[in-house]
Design a protein around this ligand. Structure first.
Ligand code: GLN
Length: 463
């Protein structure tokens, strides 16, 4: 198979599926074919090729690319062209992957259904009346639809794992700092992490190899060795101790079929010789409230850069319609008012409130203190177990429109996923069977910092 053939097959599949699925915000047909041709030429010339040579890949539209618009699925960045590539994008190019396009997402990665995109909704390839999850819904759906074997998503509170679960694929949120955030448009900087999405753990490992590693352009990237994540995926070393959190399995709102899938997964590991241990994460009831103070606080600060002046949308009527505010303030207000969607505005307002004078100590500082306790819970749990196993989401994929007018219901989708972001630990979602009406259910594995290899080994063994 040549790179050209693989790329053409991907583009053909996108043309066939994407009118219904809507996974892509941009397809870079010409550039992808040109990149493939140059890879084929270098192969014919006997030159060395990268580990992903000729493999078609899609990247979430939150990652900066010089040859395609980077929009975050927001009117604010409609048609925005970045002058630089994100580090992960540069690494994909260096590995000779062929980037075929950018994928749809919730606006600025805020959401759990990909319904808040300004550029149309993505549907779940398993059933078009359902959401693909979010915010990396496009990145999950394009893999599930067979458009590409690999994609990159980002995960601030579950946005790789939840759509992977809803679309029946595998997705990994690495340890905070394992993968560079340079060129990842910031939502909540202390929580954001880029990660691989693919059919299975082996493919995720291959992609993680290509993107992981220290980067001088990201001060939070960890100066640690990158192991070969594909090594040892055919075996589990030593006795595996798997922790389960009973409190989560008995959580109100956990769908019985999801619970059953988790119980089944526990049995599979038990039968394979793993030791199953009950552990407690005493502060897990505070995960969602803590996340929904910290993430909006950081978002309100990060999104202040969209002021209508530097880049992005500038209101055409602000100057003529300034009134008492004067043209500067009118430009800020109108540009932001016109270009941000409702969920983004909601987050900015929550964040500004939580950070404002008089409330900062009560909400933001308090949330940071609870965050520390949440991390300590994981640290103590991992004294006794290698991995934690549980649900990714409380429910199977839900219908389009079901939660979009009820933010609290949407936020509750993150019940089991935000802990890993608050603690900075790696976590993975893998397919764990189907519901009675044939919809995918995800199983979550979480590991101590930098133990991605363990997650991938366990997931490969399970699959
Ligand atoms: N659903 C969560 C939120 O809306 C997580 C989003 C994400 O991980 N980007 O904030």
């Amino acid at each position: 198979l040549t790179a050209r053939q693989a790329t053409q097959a991907s583009l053909d599949r996108i043309a066939a599926t994407d009118p219904e699925v809507g996974a892509f915000t941009f397809v870079n047909t010409e550039a992808a074919l040109a990149a493939a041709d140059s890879i084929d030429q270098r192969r014919r010339d006997g030159q060395p090729l990268g580990a992903l040579a000729g493999v078609p890949i899609a990247v979430k539209d939150v990652l900066c690319t010089t040859d395609m618009p980077t929009t975050c699925s927001s009117r604010m960045l409609e048609n925005h062209m970045s002058p630089y590539d994100a580090t992960v994008v540069a690494r994909l190019r260096a590995a000779d992957a062929v980037i075929v396009g950018k994928t749809n997402m919730d606006e600025f990665a805020m959401g759990a259904s990909t319904e808040t995109s300004a550029f149309g909704k993505t549907t779940n390839p398993w059933n078009p009346s359902l959401t693909p999850g979010g915010s990396s819904g496009g990145a999950a759906a394009c893999v599930a639809a067979g458009d590409v074997p690999l994609s990159l998503g980002s995960d601030t509170g579950g946005s790789i794992r939840q759509p992977a679960a809803f679309c029946g694929i595998t997705g990994l949120k690495p340890t905070y700092g394992r993968v560079s955030r340079y060129g990842l448009i910031a939502f909540a900087s202390s929580l954001d992490q880029v990660g691989p999405m693919a059919f299975d753990a082996v493919d995720c490992a291959t992609l993680l190899n290509a993107i992981a590693g220290v980067d001088a352009s990201d001060s939070t990237s960890l100066p640690v060795e990158t192991p070969d994540f594909t090594a040892g995926l055919d075996r589990i070393e030593g006795e595996l101790r798997i922790g389960i959190v009973k409190h989560h399995l008995e959580a109100e709102g956990l769908d019985p079929e999801v619970r059953q899938a988790v119980d089944d997964a526990i049995e599979v590991f038990r039968d394979a010789g793993a030791k199953i241990v009950e552990v407690e994460l005493p502060h897990s009831d505070y995960w969602v409230p803590t996340y929904y103070v910290i993430a909006p606080s950081e978002a309100s600060s990060n999104l202040s850069r969209y002021d209508g002046a530097h880049y992005g949308h500038r209101s055409p009527v602000a100057a003529s319609d300034a009134g008492d505010r004067g043209p500067l303030v009118a430009t800020y207000c109108r540009s932001r008012g016109e270009a941000f969607g409702a969920e983004v505005k909601r987050r900015i307002m929550i964040g500004m409130y939580a950070l404002s004078a008089g409330y900062g100590d009560k909400y933001y500082v308090k949330a940071l203190q609870v965050r520390r306790l949440i991390r300590q819970d994981f640290d103590s749990a991992f004294q006794n177990v290698d991995l934690l196993l549980g649900p990714v989401t409380p429910t199977p994929p839900f219908a389009m429109g079901e939660k979009i007018d009820d933010p609290l219901q949407m936020y509750l989708c993150d019940l089991f996923t935000v802990g890993a972001n608050l603690a900075g630990i790696p976590a993975l979602s893998m397919p764990g069977g189907l519901t009675s009406n044939n919809l995918p259910i995800g199983i979550q594995l979480q590991a101590p910092p930098l133990q991605e290899a363990k997650l991938l080994q366990a997931a490969a063994a399970f699959q």
